[in-house]
Design a protein around this ligand. Structure first.
Ligand SMILES: NC(=O)c1ccc[n+]([C@@H]2O[C@H](COP(=O)([O-])OP(=O)(O)OC[C@H]3O[C@@H](n4cnc5c(N)ncnc54)[C@H](O)[C@@H]3O)[C@@H](O)[C@H]2O)c1
Length: 259
């Protein structure tokens, strides 16, 4: 059962431990900073070698305990040892934000199967691997938890040359629904946040020149999103204010998928 807990709109995470996978930059780092601001202890899990640097800077700025842990979501041993390290260092895990990401754009008629597999290995299986490992830890702890996966507007709408990325992100939407259904009895909410283009390394890699200008024109808000706007949606789905939402994929797209 997912319990009712009286809430007051503070989006408080005091006393909670949060893991941000893909947390060493972009939307992940913005999310980790917002979690820390709301009082959570934060683990930065990523395959970048800057995990400690990011974790230390968050600890300094917000005065919460943090830790950096190397994690490659395509490797089971790496994921298991990351979860164990967080539990040992921070005392458990209550919140998971899962957002490792890979994108390589190519027309559907040309893309190699190896590239499709890489998308699925990182964005879909990798995300599930982390969700499963963390959910099992949450079940063991017996105090419920929150899992939020960052998906994409590509879950809802066809975007040119995004076939590998879309296949992987659409798989996560299905995963979110099944895990939400199965893990509600343990008090675990599982949701997604589906952004439009966000001004990050990945956003810049995929959207340049004329394609970028056309996209900005097509988004009713007429701009790309900033990382803090996505982090705010992830935060909402990570605290008790959203206890009655599970299995959802919340679009944050400036209206792009209205059409
Ligand atoms: N930027 C956008 O326009 C946009 C739009 C929609 C969805 N998203 C999604 O948001 C999430 C965050 O992306 P971002 O824009 O912040 O990009 P980013 O490149 O800044 O962050 C992605 C992070 O994932 C990490 N990562 C990659 N492969 C990994 C692996 N195997 N194991 C562990 N970590 C790994 C990277 O090191 C990086 O820190 C991704 O899932 C992405 O698909 C991004």
């Amino acid at each position: 059962m997912i319990n009712y807990q009286k809430v007051n709109g503070d989006f408080d995470l005091g006393g909670k431990v949060a893991i941000v996978v893909g947390g060493a930059g972009g939307i992940g780092e913005a999310t980790a900073r917002m979690y820390a601001k709301k009082g959570a202890k934060v683990a930065i899990a990523d395959m970048k070698d800057t995990v400690d640097e990011v974790a230390n800077s968050i600890a300094e700025e917000y005065g919460v305990e943090t830790t950096g842990v190397f994690c490659d979501v395509t490797n089971q041993e790496s994921v298991d040892s990351m979860v164990n390290a967080v539990v040992e260092r921070l005392g458990g895990v209550d919140v998971l934000a899962a957002m490792p990401g890979y994108v390589h754009l190519a027309p559907a008629k040309d893309i190699s199967i190896a590239t499709i597999e890489k998308h699925i290995n990182v964005n879909a299986i990798g995300v599930f691997r982390v969700c499963q490992a963390v959910a099992n830890q949450m079940i063991k702890q017996g105090r419920g938890g929150k899992i939020v996966c960052v998906t994409s507007q590509a879950d809802f709408i066809a975007i040119n040359e995004h076939v590998g990325y879309t296949m992987s992100k659409a798989a996560v939407v299905g995963m979110i629904k099944v895990c939400a259904l199965e893990w509600a009895e343990y008090g675990i909410n599982v949701n997604g946040v589906a952004p439009t283009v966000v001004n990050t390394y990945m956003g810049e890699k995929a959207w340049q020149g004329e394609v970028k200008e056309n996209m900005i024109r097509a988004i009713p808000a007429h701009r790309f999103a900033e990382t803090d706007e996505i982090a705010a949606a992830v935060l909402f789905l990570s605290c008790a204010e959203s206890n009655m939402i599970t299995g959802e994929d919340l679009v944050v797209d400036g209206g792009f998928t209205i059409y």
